[in-house]
Structures are given as C-alpha cells and as structure tokens.
Design a binder for this molecule. Sequence first.
Ligand code: TNX
Length: 544
Amino acid sequence: MTGLPVVPAPASIEALDAPPFRLTPDTVICGDAEAAAVLARLVATRTRGEVDPGTSIPAAPRAKRVETSARITLTIDPSTSSGTEDASATEAASGTGPGSDTPEAYALTVDEASIVVTGEGAAGLFYGIQTLGQLITRTRDGWTIPTVTISDTPRFAYRGVMLDVARHFHGVDTVKAYIDRAASLKFNALHLHLTDDQGWRLQLHSRPLLTEKASSTAVGGEAGGFYTQTDYREIVAYAAAHHMIVVPEIDLPGHTHAVSLAYPELCEQPVLSEHVRATAEEFGGGLPVNGTPYEGMAVGFSSLKIHDEATYSFLADVLGELAQLTPGPYLHIGGDECLGTSADDYAFFMARLTRLAAQTGKTPIAWHEAGSAPDLSPGTLGQYWGFVTPTDGMDEKSRRIVRGGGKLILSPADAIYLDMKFDADSPLGLTWANGVTTARRAYDWDPAGVIGGVEDEHILGVEAPLWSETVRTLADIDALAFPRIAAAAEAAWSPPGPASDVRTWESFAARVGALGPLWTSQGIGFSPLTEIAWAVDANTEGQS
Ligand code: TNX
C-alpha cells in the first residue's frame, strides 16, 4: 500500500523510506531521444519552468557537469517485466495490444541519485514517463520525486476515450488537447463520433456533398465544421505520436439525418415519436425535417433506406474511403438507437453493414444493440453503453456479440459517460443515465462485474464517451471529463480490486486529489468536486 499519487494505479508499486531524488537545473535526461523530449517538456510544465532539464549527455565542455549531475535514464528493453504473474492479465501486456503500436509495460526506479525508466516498447516508456510526471512534488526543499520501485502493465488492451464531434464540432486543436490529456492517463484509443443527425464532420472525396451540404450547423443552430482529410491525417498522426489509435465512427443506419441534406434519396422520413416531440419541448431545436439541418437533441428518428441498393453503394464508398484514411484496425459503424427501424430491417442491415466494414480489412465495432441481429459478420466487436446493472436485455445483446466471436468494450453510461452531470446545478451535461454521476459512482464498478458471464477474457477494454450536446469548448470538455476520466483510466488499466490494495475509492480519491497541481500546470480546467480533497503545491500557494 502506498499513498503515492499514481493514476491509474500501477500493477505493482513499492515506496521506500529513503531520501527523494531532487530535480534541479542540473538534472540531465539521457537515453531515448524522443522520450527524453517528452519528459523534458513534462518537467518544465510541471515545475513552471523552474526546472528545464537538458535532454542528452552534453559534449566535452560540460562533461564535468554530467558526472556530478543526477541523471534520469530512459531506455527501451523488450524484456522488461510485465509486473504481474497473473496469466489472465498478460494478453494485454505481452503483445502489442490492439490499441497500441508497441508493448506497453514499463518499470520505474527512483532513488536519491538516479531515476531509470525502462519501457517494454516505446509506448511503455511513454507511460513510465507519465507516471514519473505524476510523482513530481513541490516540497519545501524544491522539486523532488519520491523513492519508489514500480513495475506496471495494463489490465486491458483497449483503453479508449470517445469525443462526439457531431453534436458540436471540435476543431483539430481541441482534439489534440484531448489526446494530450487522455494519453497522460494511459488511454490508447481515441474514438471519434464523426457523424450524427446534426452534422457530418469528415470530408470524403467519394461523397463530397456530405461536408459541402451537411456540416455547417450543430445543436442549437450553432456553427458546425468538418475535418478536411489533411486535418484528419494530422489528428491520426498526433494520436500515433502519443501511442493512440483513432477509431472513426460513422453512426448507421440511424443518427443519419445529416445525410438527408446531401443525399435525400437515401433517407427515410423522420419518425416523430413522443420522445422526439418531448425533447423539442424540453431542449428546443424543433422537429426534424429531411433536407434541413436538425438543431435539437432528440435521438432515434432517422434512418437510411434499408431496402435500397443505393444505400449500400453509399456505404461501400464511405467505409472504403474511411478505411483507407485510417491506419488503426477498427471501424465503428454505430448501430445504436434505431427506434423507428423494425427488428427485421435492423438485422438485415447490420448483417450487410458489418460485412461491408469487414471487407475493408478492418474489424467492425458496433454499439451493443447490434447483438440483437443474429447474423453479424463473425468477430464484430460490441460496445456496451447500458448501466452498471444492466436493464432492458442489454446484457443479453452484449453476450450474443461475445457468442459471435467478438469481444466487448465497456462504457457503462451511469459510470463513465463523461457527459453526465457531475453536479445537478451545472449547466453542462445530461442526466438520463440515472441522474448525476459523482466521481465515486464513476469509480465504484468493475468491468468484469457488469454483464453476467462476461469476464476479462471477453473484454477488449473500457471506453469513456463524451457526447457533446451541451459541450462547446475545451473548457467544457475539461470540466466534464476531469476528474471522472481518471476513474475510467483506472478501470481500464489497473488490476482489479482484490488483487490490488489501492483499488479503493479512498485511495483513488487521495491519489487523484494529489494530481490537482499537475493538471493545473497543464492547463486542465478540472472540476474541483468536493468529494475529493485537492492538493496545492507547497510554497507556491502557502501550504506544504
Ligand atoms: C445516448 S448511448 C447516445 C447518444 C447521445 C447520448 C447522450 C448511445 C450509443 N447513444 O446518441 O448523444 O446518449 O448522453
């Protein structure tokens, strides 16, 4: 047991009662050049420029300084221990998880004289550096890092965050900022919800009308936007540099009202259910009319035409081009909330859609409703968005996906939907997932305890979605995501409760509270929820 503020909790951590390592202007970082640059930036940010370490062994005139300076050494060693003897956890750890380009385990040792971070691969080294950044502490003696030995590896291969860029559009800089934040918590997948009723956000040369005609508005009639292919490639490259893949989602066959602005012949008329009318009453935005932008927040009223071959030519173009643009292994094809589509039509469509997606060479991911369709392309993955205690047969739909050979990504809405309100008075966020989601509720669940019969070996990973009906800016994203995103990171990365004595709410709350100064130094506008005691740096704000 240790009180050191590492989040997500490592597989193994041992704090030693010995003097800490002192970060000074003479500290030198050596070893892997790319990693050294990452750590040097992190140290400079965390210490507000008070420590700005050199990043390699300086040449002759300064050699003397090197001999006397404390060193941080960063290396990649494929034989780095995974930090766990539990065979069930090693699938994620031993290879390159499907979300990652390189192995993810790392080891970190800190003593008074030196620090060594060893990654099993480049991703592992990057994660070791993130852990090190969390351990930097301002004491009365200056900037220090406590003496510790850590050996760490993830529980799950896929650790995702989702950003909805359709309800409100979020530009490239915001997406990059969210990648920075997610990668620092050891997430390795960015799921972009690129299309919905309110807008189509990715330029496709095979179907240029989509962004020409269906991208300019958003919820509330606000300005929309879209990514050019250059923008999208820039996001993919930035994610890769942070050891994250991009999982693009084209939500089908529902959530497709925007398509009617570009290709009206492909779309059914909106189904004006009681929910659609009630949502218009409560949140505004009017009722959907094909061919005109939808500015409301209702769901489930739109659909592509299921029995028209033109639909499948459209999908072949869209998915084919998207697959070409996307180096990651997955295409997310939606499949949620098709409330006006009959069960037979839905099943027919999902069987064809999952095959079209698989033909691009990618593995399809669908929301768990797809499990109601009996003939999905084998191996289709499911994303569960029901509650921690499943309702309405959502668990059975998810189990059917597992029986079809697909693993699950768990996104229980009443725990880690980051767009749920954290406080009833906040103007940000929604409440449909069992009301306000406290940080404690975000934390107190286990991936293997949600769906009966679904254990670690059936679970690809965990993902925290952030839908953007009420989310306009990076500040809004920060306020909703932080600190609850850290609970999702811990569910995705850390060993489960009984195997680890730090997997308790009390430990998590203390560890997260200690990250306040790091997040502040990084410009993260987290919500200082009162459930957590937030630390401040010694000296700088009059407290030790
Ligand atoms: C449900 S859960 C949705 C989204 C909404 C979100 C708002 C799921 C797959 N779909 O369409 O944006 O709720 O919280």
